[in-house]
Design a protein around this ligand. Sequence first.
Ligand code: NAP
Length: 329
Amino acid sequence: MKAIVCTRYAPPEQLQLRDVPVPVPKDRQVLVRVQATSVNDYDWSMVTGRPRIYRLFFGLFRPQRPIPGMELAGVVEAIGRDVTQWRVGDQVYGDTSNGGLGTLAEFVAVPETELRLMPAGLSFVAAAAIPHALELAYQALVQIGKLQQDERVLLNGGGGGVGTFALQLAKQHGCAVWGVDTGGKLEAMKAMGFDRVIDYTQQDFTQLGERFDLIVDMKTKRVPRELARALAPKGRYVTVGGDPGRLVALLIARFLGRRNMHIVSLKSNKNLDTLAPAIGNGTLKPLIDGPYPLEETPRLIRYFGEGLHTGKVVIQVAGALILRPGRNT
Ligand SMILES: NC(=O)c1ccc[n+]([C@@H]2O[C@H](COP(=O)([O-])OP(=O)(O)OC[C@H]3O[C@@H](n4cnc5c(N)ncnc54)[C@H](OP(=O)(O)O)[C@@H]3O)[C@@H](O)[C@H]2O)c1
């Protein structure tokens, strides 16, 4: 099979498209024929080894697993001996970050627990853009941030994959939503429905004199004292990621009493089945940058790392597939 292979930490341009053996699923694994996958922060870190702290997860000296990619939409091709949930032909999607990565390839073997049945009618390209970003947004806004009707919400880093879903969730709650990002994304964000957009290279949202009931941050770069300035009296701050030093400062601040400041620890795929009706009927839908062919992965990881994308960068791995009727149809 064709796969993107990464044997050492290096600029993305050094990734190679190679022929490698199709993996054999273990007893509790499922072999998926990948139709589409997407680019995420993990790919940038796994390929470049930066920030260096991520090498603790991916391998100290070189990536332990040679094929990057963590999100997928595809079709079950084969199942391991002890798999109970899946049948050959099922259309599945999921965030495999807990189960081994490797989705930038024509086939991947993943634990059966890392997959969910795709809602009927969803395309593979759309499905590949959903699991990671929607879960981060839902867990940040709804489950941790306790989003209420008609609140004032600010999404810092709102022009990326998580921000798109966060906006939709906040709008479903009738909220006024401000978004912070930069470049060409600002126009796209206005078109998506943000009530106000701020360019972070021009203005600091903590210095505007505005107060928000909920701030969700995709890229924490400020200390808790500055962030608290932008919160209303009962306001909550929830971060999904950012500078490691700033995240440690937040943990300390929380420990010292700022109980309204939270860090999301993603539980992958947790709510996808609950959200399936909204995904299936298009109430929750991704903003897709692409789809692009697998061969373009090196360029796309650079493009993602430099923040030039809007929404989710999706890679279509296989051409159109003739599907047998299955549980999704
Ligand atoms: N909590 C967890 O368990 C967990 C798990 C996985 C991933 N994550 C984190 O989740 C986040 C993923 O978000 P995503 O997929 O939406 O990423 P994304 O698509 O890269 O979007 C993030 C956006 O933030 C913008 N940005 C960068 N610096 C900023 C700043 N100082 N102020 C405001 N905006 C800024 C980026 O624009 P430019 O690049 O153009 O500046 C980009 O548009 C990452 O931080 C990742 O590390 C968390």
